[in-house]
Design a protein around this ligand. Structure first.
Ligand code: 13P
Ligand code: SF4
Length: 313
């Protein structure tokens, strides 16, 4: 279908149905451009909690849709493709976390938002990469804490907060694969470029960063910093907003875009890429697929999410 037709229809149907279109920074630029709101995981949750729309269309991955539904049980929450999972969320099955929790009595469970509703229900508090430091530091320094599922973010938090949280051995297939060599080569080619790194990246990548932060944090840094070139070690969708906000600056994704003959596009999240304009149009039209969360589970999962939102005010 023609892209202009799709865009016009998407806006028309969204207005007609009082639907709000929300998108994560990792989605394709065409989705970000048509969305009512684009943000990082924290901003998306905060926005969902406040909206008065009847329908929320979440362009991102399933856990983001689930978080919206938990926060807005009375609203219809739609996603574009239920195959849009998350390798990080998959690395922490609720039954395994429950077992780990039982083996460590007296520990509080801090979980990254990239988890299922069932994992959130087992948690004391949820964090995103934007507020993780603040939330962890809300506990006394000697508090017994488990951090799940991202081991890289957990290790980073331990290092900057002086905590000794027990870390779950989970990770993201995109952030775990950035090549240090590729960054160093880019740095040689562009010596003045600043290196922007998401905390889901391993410590060796974090070690060469000028800035470590959430997608929103890295975007803000790229806008406010005097540097005119940036090497970006996170999912490449964020470059769309970085470039739009600073048209005169240069952004280099890590690793570089697909090289001829090499079929690797490691800086793209295959789940986020399932969001397309065509699916957005179909979703709005059919009001499917809908995300539902078992009400009892949702009642338990909302507690740690609300605690996070309260701490982040
Ligand atoms: P943030 O948007 O919180 O930086 O998270 C990145 C991410 O991996 C979302 O899945
Ligand atoms: Fe999950 Fe990684 Fe994709 Fe983020 S980039 S949604 S953590 S798989």
């Amino acid at each position: 279908m023609d892209a202009n037709f799709l865009k016009t229809e998407i806006r028309r149907i969204a207005k007609e149905k009082n639907a709000i279109i929300m998108a994560h920074y990792y989605t394709d630029g065409s989705i970000q451009d048509i969305a009512d709101f684009v943000g990082d995981s924290l901003a998306l949750a905060q926005y969902a909690a406040k909206t008065d729309a009847d329908i929320i269309v979440m362009c991102g991955v399933n856990f983001m849709g689930e978080t919206c539904k938990i926060l807005c049980p009375e609203k219809k929450v739609l996603v574009l493709d239920t195959n849009a999972g998350c390798s990080l969320a998959d690395s922490c099955p609720a039954e395994d976390l429950k077992k780990f929790k039982d083996e460590h009595p007296g520990y509080k469970v801090v979980t990254y938002v990239n988890t299922t509703a069932a994992v959130k229900a087992l948690s004391d508090v949820v964090v995103t990469s934007s507020n993780a430091r603040l939330v962890v530091e809300s506990y006394p320094k000697d508090a017994k804490l488990i951090f799940a599922p991202d081991k890289n973010l957990g290790a980073y938090l331990n290092s900057i907060t002086g905590r000794d949280m027990l870390l779950w051995n989970g990770g993201c297939h995109v952030h775990g694969r950035f090549s240090l060599e590729a960054i160093l080569n880019l740095k040689k080619e562009h010596p003045a470029a600043k290196v922007l790194v998401h905390p889901e990246c391993p410590a060796a990548i974090q070690a060469v960063a000028d800035e470590i932060g959430s997608t929103a944090g890295l975007l803000k840094y790229s806008i406010n910093d005097d540097a005119t070139e940036f090497i970006v070690a996170t999912e490449s969708g964020i470059l769309h907003k970085m470039q739009a906000a600073s048209p005169d600056k240069k952004f280099y994704p890590v690793p570089p875009e697909m090289t001829e003959g090499i079929g690797c596009s490691c800086n793209e999240c295959s789940y986020m890429r399932l969001n397309t304009l065509e699916k957005l149009y179909n979703t709005l039209q059919t009001e499917q697929p809908e995300i539902n969360v078992d009400p009892q589970l949702a009642a338990e999962a909302i507690r740690p999410i609300n605690k996070m939102l309260e701490l982040s005010k």
